[in-house]
Design a binder for this molecule. Structure first.
Ligand code: FAD
Length: 495
């Protein structure tokens, strides 16, 4: 069974069977990675940070990013296969298709999954909230199915911090006769060379805190064709080198308001929701890759007269990791299914389904990102000394996993925001109702009582022990969902 870990398309099909959208090029995309993509991805990682060609020969500022050859092909392969456009295509595709393709991309290159993720989130808010003429101008560019496709980006974080956006965002939005203009600096800007970015800024005169933030669409070029966004430098990161992350300056940059200014924080959260779902998928696909790399070594390497995989202690670990992968997958995939039904809801009129989506995202982001780190560490251990050597690529997984744990909000953020969703929206009750058909009823009752008791704690203690609660709640939810998927498998006769 562990051989299946070598194929992300095979694992998706094993887990989802008929529930996968038909006509998706999952096998072909995997094949492309096996024959071409792997080598390109490895070159990009080994080359380190891309560099910026800041001026052309005529001294015009261009801020063009230079990557190893092949990078653009690798990037386009996902766009052309449909990592964005399928999300907006008619029936039978939608976000499920997008995240399934994202699973393949994430398996081979966690960093590359970021441009797709932020482009999806950008396209989603442009589709929902841009003025019709802005949407008609820009959305088709992002949904192009060929090499002319435009990319998106989502820039919120500033130098003073990403967790407390209300306190940290200093970018100012000024309304002029010619439209909105943004001035400020963004400190962590993934996909820094994207043609479009959604940017959090505070309109002049808006109140302090998160309530005063609005969301804007900022094109890379002004209407007159000159640069609208300046890349100051690229971050030299431990991993995710397939996405350029830069510091960006906005200087009276042309911008378009998305939705109502007073709904800005909801729009920011909607962007984060879709990115966190992708983070869940990326984390689980990384776990699968770690299992595959551990198995590749353990099924060949001999010690004490037997293959490593045949040693009882090692065998037990593989069995546990295999089950853990299933559990993490079901939790992550549930966020995909909920996204499919909730992502079109409008700020200001969210239903209970949306609140369920939100709590599931916090649990899954918290849990899957941590599991990815643990699986990557374990894969290195199984590979012994080889696991530490850059030439074999296993160590890269740990570097990548550490970033999935931090971006899109570190575990503290997930646990604290999850608590808030429970307290203010009763999201835990929605969660328990959702899990009830699959969970053991006694365990469910215990967990319900535990959550209620936690919510009744004094504020400091409630926050201080939030991880204890999430460390119990996330695997509980995952184990209930595993039963749901087992039931689907039995119905499909695949058990
Ligand atoms: C490679 C990479 C790419 C990124 N790309 C983007 C991007 O494209 N767009 C974007 O907007 N951002 C991006 N980020 C930023 C990312 O979202 C932030 O790093 C993250 O949200 C945390 O913010 P921070 O780094 O400022 O840490 P801080 O907010 O300073 O927090 C530091 C630590 O304190 C913890 N903490 C904060 N508040 C509390 C609390 N109340 N209780 C307990 N602990 C707390 C945090 O969880 C964290 O562990 C990127 C980050 C990385 C690493």
């Amino acid at each position: 069974m562990f051989e299946l870990a070598h194929s992300p398309a095979g694992f998706l099909s094993h887990m989802l069977g008929e529930a996968l959208p038909h006509d998706l090029p999952l096998d072909a995309y995997e094949q492309w990675w096996e024959t071409r993509g792997r080598a390109i991805s490895s070159d990009v990682d080994r080359a380190g940070t891309a560099w910026i060609r800041q001026y052309d020969l005529m001294a015009n500022r261009i801020d063009e990013l230079v990557f190893p050859s092949g990078y653009r092909d690798m990037l386009l392969e996902g766009y052309q296969n449909g990592v964005i456009w399928r999300g907006f295509a008619p029936a039978n595709e939608g976000l499920t298709a997008v995240y399934a393709l994202g699973y393949i991309a994430g398996y081979y290159d966690t960093g590359l999954y970021c441009p797709y993720t932020v482009s999806l989130a950008t396209a989603a808010v442009v589709d929902k909230y841009a003025a019709p003429e802005v949407r008609d101008r820009y959305l088709p560019r992002m949904l192009a199915r060929d090499e002319t496709v435009w990319q998106g980006a989502t820039w919120m974080t500033e130098a003073r911090g990403g967790s407390d956006l209300g306190g940290a965002v200093e970018t100012v939005a000024r309304q002029t006769r010619d439209g909105w203009r943004l001035t400020g600096e963004k400190y962590f800007c993934s996909n820094a060379n994207a043609e479009l970015a959604v940017v959090a800024a505070r309109p002049e005169g808006a109140p302090p805190g998160v309530r005063g933030l609005a969301l804007f669409l900022v094109p890379r070029y002004r209407q007159d064709g000159s640069l609208n966004v300046y890349i100051r430098r690229l971050k030299d990161k431990i991993a995710t080198r397939s996405v350029p992350t830069g510091e960006v300056e906005l200087r009276d940059s042309e911008a378009y308001l998305l939705g109502k200014p007073e709904h800005g924080i909801y729009l920011i959260m909607e962007v984060l929701n879709l990115s966190r779902v992708a983070n869940n998928i990326g984390s689980v696909s990384l776990m699968q890759n770690a299992l595959a790399q551990a198995y590749a070594f353990a099924s060949e390497r001999q010690a004490f007269g037997k293959r490593l995989i045949d040693q009882p202690l090692m065998r037990r670990q593989f069995e546990q990791k295999w089950l853990g992968l299933h559990a993490a997958f079901t939790l992550a995939w549930e966020t995909v299914l909920l996204a499919e039904t909730a992502w079109r809801e409008q700020a200001g009129s969210y239903s209970e389904r949306f609140q369920l989506f939100r709590i599931m995202i916090h649990l899954a982001k918290y849990w899957t990102a941590e599991q990815a780190v643990q699986y990557a560490k374990w894969a290195m251990e199984v590979n012994g000394g080889h696991g530490t050597l850059a030439e074999f690529g296993v160590e890269r997984l740990l570097r990548e996993a550490m970033i999935t744990d931090i971006w899109e909000g570190p575990p503290h953020r997930q646990a604290l925001d999850g608590l808030e969703a429970m307290e203010r929206k009763g999201a835990h009750r929605l969660l328990f109702a959702h899990l009830a058909p699959y969970a053991d009823s006694e365990t469910l009752q215990d967990m319900q009582a535990r959550v209620e008791a936690h919510l009744a704690l004094a504020q400091d203690e409630k926050e201080a022990s939030a991880f204890d609660l999430f460390d119990a709640l996330a695997p509980f939810a995952a184990s209930a969902l595993v039963r749901k998927y087992e039931a689907i498998e039995m119905m499909a006769g695949r058990n």
